[in-house]
Write a protein that binds this ligand. Structure first.
Ligand code: HEM
Length: 408
């Protein structure tokens, strides 16, 4: 199917208003129904609102804080042990391994073996799900992709989903019998659905797709954003030793650097919507039923009137004023705003914050860990861009851990 020419909106304020319009529904994923049908991202109106409220419970700030302080450091250490011992790593591979575990924690998929091969297997399946979700852009025969997705679902369901469901049902039964408390239940999307979701809404097929969607929603975006941020921050810091010192001493400033990089490299450069009835939109004019609108998030993120004449370059010193966020529209806006925003990006500091209690976001934590271990570009094997996508992502990014550069 060829997409009709969309209306284009690239102005930041018009994007913010347009993505809140109640008569615009998610576009792009109809062709990928095999994995995206009835998932949170594709629902509209009341069904979307109900589902989002249900699942939002997992994404509350108090939980992120606890997750940052306890679970994530352990996940990081476990994922990096082999790389640190070897004195080197490849950031794309490491980034995917870490973020796959992070996303699985939130989706509610157990990895009982906690092994590299188990993570790799999950990643392989999630990669196929993603190809199904973005099938509209695929240059391959679409039925072939759909067949692969069905096979991946058939593999994922008994291997990862069913045991995770069984363990949670058992815990929920103990909880219902008063044997364990709320604190003993896993805090993830799967548990919330099994405990409070409407069984008629969450048929086994819908449950599989919803959890599959969560796995892909977090993994690619976080991994790619982390590598972009490493590159931007590393390159910037190499120009002046004082910058390195500042990165080490000032955690809040480090987070500012991550936000600046997120602004420059949004994982989704555009968001698409379809009009449910004739409407008028600032920036697009009159829009007919069925028309599509392309919201250009990446372009708006480089708007010189908002970010200054040097908007195209990495400059963490720039001052960004409300209502513009330091990472622009990278996490979307309106009813479909990313639920993982504060998890990955942390809380945007307002004025002075207490560095001890501030929530920095997992990307900042991951990168600080790498810098603290003396991570440096490998000068014998320079980073390469990805060749399997039109997006300017990194495909291969070798890094060495140099003890002389490690933070004591
Ligand atoms: C740097 C990392 C990330 C970026 C740049 C990102 C970006 C986005 C964007 C732009 C949207 C909105 C799409 C639209 O309006 O059409 C979105 C939605 C969403 N994201 Fe993220 N995301 C990231 C990480 C995550 C993580 C880690 C999770 C979960 C653990 C997550 C969960 C979601 C969910 C559930 C939605 C759908 C919300 C809804 O439809 O109501 N994201 N994300």
């Amino acid at each position: 199917m060829l997409l009709p020419d969309p209306h284009i909106i690239a102005d930041s304020a018009q994007i913010a208003a347009g993505l809140k319009h109640p008569e615009l529904k998610q576009a792009l994923y109809d062709e990928g129904a095999v994995i995206m049908a009835d998932t949170l991202l594709t629902l509209h109106g009341e069904r979307h609102r109900k589902r989002r409220i249900l699942e939002f419970g997992v994404f509350r700030k108090d939980f992120f804080h606890w997750y940052e302080q306890t679970v994530f450091p352990a996940t990081l250490t476990r994922s990096m042990t082999g790389d640190v011992a070897a004195g080197r790593t490849e950031l794309v591979d490491l980034g995917y391994r870490v973020t796959m575990n992070l996303t699985a924690d939130f989706a509610g998929i157990d990895r009982p073996a906690q092994s590299t091969s188990e993570t790799a297997e999950l990643l392989r399946l999630v990669e196929i799900f993603s190809q199904g979700a973005t099938i509209i852009h695929s240059t391959r025969p679409k039925d072939e992709v759909r067949e692969e997705v069905r096979a991946a679902i058939a593999d994922f369901e008994p291997r990862f989903l069913a045991p995770s469901v069984a363990r949670r049902r058992e815990l929920l039964a103990q909880h219902a019998a008063g044997k364990i408390t709320d604190a003993d239940l896993p805090r993830d999307v799967l548990t919330v659905i099994l405990q409070k979701g409407d069984p008629e809404e969450f048929t086994p097929e819908v449950l599989t797709r919803e959890i599959g969607f969560y796995l892909q929603a977090g993994a690619h975006s976080t991994a790619n954003s982390t590598i972009h941020a490493f590159h931007d921050i590393y390159t910037w810091a190499e120009q002046d030793p004082a910058r390195k010192e500042r990165l080490r001493e000032d955690r809040v400033f480090f987070q500012r650097c991550v936000h600046e990089s997120l602004r420059l490299h949004p994982a989704s450069p555009v968001a698409w919507r379809e009009a449910m009835c004739p409407i008028h939109l600032d920036g697009a004019g009159d829009v007919a039923t069925g028309d599509t609108i392309e919201f250009r998030l990446a372009e708006a993120n480089r708007d010189k009137t908002l970010f200054g004449e040097d908007a195209d370059i990495f400059n963490p010193e720039r001052v960004v004023s409300l209502p513009t966020l330091p990472f622009g529209h990278t996490f979307g806006t309106g009813v479909h705003t990313c639920l993982g925003r504060d998890l990955d990006g942390g809380v945007v500091p307002r004025g002075n914050v207490d560095p001890e209690t501030h929530q920095y976001g997992t990307i900042t934590l991951f990168l600080r860990d790498l810098f603290a271990r003396g991570a440096r570009q490998d000068t014998d094997a320079l980073p390469q861009r990805a060749t399997n996508t039109e997006r300017p992502n990194w495909g291969h990014y070798p890094v060495i851990f140099n003890k002389e550069h490690a933070w004591a």
